[in-house]
Design a protein around this ligand. Structure first.
Ligand code: 4HQ
Length: 257
């Protein structure tokens, strides 16, 4: 898996690329992640990358020529999937992360200021992606979010592939609660079932907790979660217990955008 990132602030990526899971994945050659300075693709003495917006208004706009030169140089050959991080993009979610991981070669474009000249998007971008409905100062943090999430889907990057397979969202549900030592924290004990050594009971408890957490905190996820008949019976029981409607079958299949 290869990810190239274009930015005017390459120094933001230093520790991110060297540390923890991403650092290890790069060291082991499982991931190739490189950062490229947009200013290297300018052709004026000042290495300028922005200008005033046509039509007026505040702020500056990133000019098209450096971006077009960068994308042409880095995506030559046509193999790379070119992604612009922007609040106008489709919202990143687990399905999109897995789709991007399967692409194998990503070129991430990080804008600053008011954004990038529209012609860059039209001429040199395959897809716009947003990490959420809020405004940041640049696409660098979103690029790190995307790169880390994608890295976790590359075989071998997460130690036990099991912990990716069983991760929240993998089966469309929120995670179950986790406990470790000490057994009691300020009067709050670890649920007894987790100390029982009874693996089937522990699995059933965790599944029920995941269903309950999802029903309480993100009922919208239940519309697309992979649920079997037993899950549905459990959910109905949980819903009755906590006095909640089941937003299940028959409901609108609210598309996850
Ligand atoms: N920005 N998800 C504006 C974002 C953003 C987001 C990136 C701010 C691009 C020009 N990107 N710049 N949210 O807020 O991806």
């Amino acid at each position: 898996m290869r990810i190239r990132i274009v930015t005017i602030f390459p120094e933001l990526f230093g520790p991110f690329l060297e540390t923890s899971l991403v650092g290890r994945a790069r060291q082991e050659g499982l991931m190739e992640i490189t950062v490229h300075d947009l200013r290297d693709f300018t052709d004026d003495a000042h290495k300028s990358v922005d200008d005033e917006p046509y039509g007026g208004g505040g702020g500056m706009v990133m000019t098209a020529p450096p971006w077009l030169a960068a994308v042409r140089a880095l995506a030559a050959g046509g193999g790379a999937w070119r992604v612009l991080l922007s609040p106008q993009g489709r919202r990143l979610d687990d399905a999109k992360v897995r789709e991007l991981a399967a692409r194998d070669d990503l070129l991430l474009l990080c804008g600053r200021y008011e954004g990038v000249d529209e012609r860059v998007r039209r001429l040199a971008v395959d897809e716009e992606i947003s990490i959420g409905d809020f405004v940041l100062s640049g696409g660098e943090l979103p690029a790190m979010v995307l790169a880390e999430a994608v890295s976790r889907q590359v075989p071998g990057v997460v130690g036990l592939q099991d912990s990716v397979v069983n991760d929240s969202f993998r089966r469309g549900l929120l995670d179950y609660p986790h406990y470790t030592r000490p057994r009691e924290v300020e009067g709050h004990a670890v649920p007894a079932v987790l100390l029982s050594g009874h693996h089937a009971k522990i699995e059933a408890w965790r599944r029920r907790q995941a269903l309950a957490a999802t029903l309480e905190k993100r009922p919208d996820l239940l519309a697309t979660a992979a649920l079997d008949a037993r899950d549905r019976r459990e959910l109905a029981a949980i819903a009755a217990e906590i006095g909640r409607e089941l937003p299940l079958a028959g409901g609108d299949p609210s598309p996850r955008t």
